[in-house]
Write a protein that binds this ligand. Structure first.
Ligand SMILES: NC(=O)c1ccc[n+]([C@@H]2O[C@H](COP(=O)([O-])OP(=O)(O)OC[C@H]3O[C@@H](n4cnc5c(N)ncnc54)[C@H](OP(=O)(O)O)[C@@H]3O)[C@@H](O)[C@H]2O)c1
Length: 279
């Protein structure tokens, strides 16, 4: 069995997930990486080689329970353990008024955003119990705020938050968290800007345009630091919580963690959240 700490990560091919993959590798985690797009996953795994830690890829749609089982099998075969699961993969589409949404697209949204994370936890649970590990479910402010036109995504994130609470209640040896990561400069935000004009209420759409225009989108690398700090040292007492990346106890944990974090070339270490909270 490997003595490396092993982190299973979904949605690792771009956006926040890609940044989490590099940050976790920099901090010495071995990785099991998932997304649908094989060439992009291979590119991420190759970049991880530079950090001197092993990475295994499992390409596949997380909407399928088979993908969760393949992730658990890959972790078992490559490393014999799982210390952390980061359920990061998600889709925002379909967006639009409830009256007009395509029921099949809505079903797929819940399969990716709710059942996918639940199946990854189920498949890895024996290894998480053995390591007394951590689960970090990447959630959203939309899971607690009623944004019109986001019903599938927002209700999926609300379900993910409650799944996190039930997991914490059922499994006292693991630490289960849901995290609101802020509004991040990724393809998901690009999708909102490109497709939201006709699907979202004007005021809400303009708010998302303004995040970019006023430079208030988070750098995925900064959010990744928060995620990896939680992966490394979130206390059991927090299990079941819906945390915000910029709340004081999370930023305090990040600051404590970053004191020991290896510096990243070309960037200053120890940056906490400096701009105002958004979303
Ligand atoms: N960006 C924001 O402002 C924001 C705000 C709040 C919460 N979040 C949350 O943060 C997390 C990351 O979002 P992001 O902004 O980085 O999104 P993104 O840029 O759209 O990236 C999504 C990632 O998930 C993967 N993915 C999508 N569908 C998948 C599927 N069916 N099976 C497996 N992998 C899949 C994508 O890769 P492939 O296409 O290769 O599969 C990609 O790696 C999500 O949980 C999101 O809800 C984001």
């Amino acid at each position: 069995m490997s003595t490396l700490r092993v982190l299973v990560l979904t949605g690792a091919s771009r956006g926040l997930g890609e940044a989490i993959a590099y940050e976790a590798a920099r901090q010495g985690f071995a990785l099991v990486l998932n997304a649908r797009h094989t060439p992009r996953l291979v590119r991420v795994a190759k970049k991880i080689e530079a950090f001197g830690v092993p990475a295994t890829i499992v390409a596949g749609d997380i909407a399928l329970p088979m993908t969760a089982r393949r992730l658990a099998q890959a972790a078992q075969q490559a490393f014999g353990r799982v210390d952390v699961v980061v359920n990061n993969a998600a889709i925002i589409q379909p967006i639009g008024p409830i009256a007009q949404l395509d029921p099949y697209a809505w079903t797929y949204n819940w399969q990716v955003n709710v059942l996918g994370p639940a199946m990854v936890v189920q498949a890895t649970l024996p290894m998480l119990r053995a390591s007394q590990g951590r689960v970090i479910n990447i959630s959203s402010g939309a899971g607690v705020k009623p944004y019109p036109s986001w019903a599938p995504y927002a209700t999926a994130k609300a379900a993910l938050n409650h799944f996190t609470r039930i997991l914490a209640a059922e499994e006292p040896t693991i630490t289960a968290l849901a995290l609101r990561p802020g509004v991040i400069d990724t393809d998901m935000q690009r999708f909102i800007r490109e497709h939201g004009a006709s699907a979202m209420p004007r005021e809400l759409y303009e708010r998302f345009l303004a995040y970019r225009e006023t430079g208030r989108l988070e750098d995925p690398r900064d959010v990744a630091r928060v995620v990896v700090a939680l992966a490394a040292r979130a206390p059991r007492a927090w299990s079941g919580a819906f945390l915000s990346y910029d709340e004081p106890r999370v930023q305090a944990l990040l600051a404590e963690h970053e004191e020991q974090r290896p510096p990243e070339e070309g960037r200053s270490s120890g940056k906490g959240r400096e701009s105002a909270g958004v979303s």
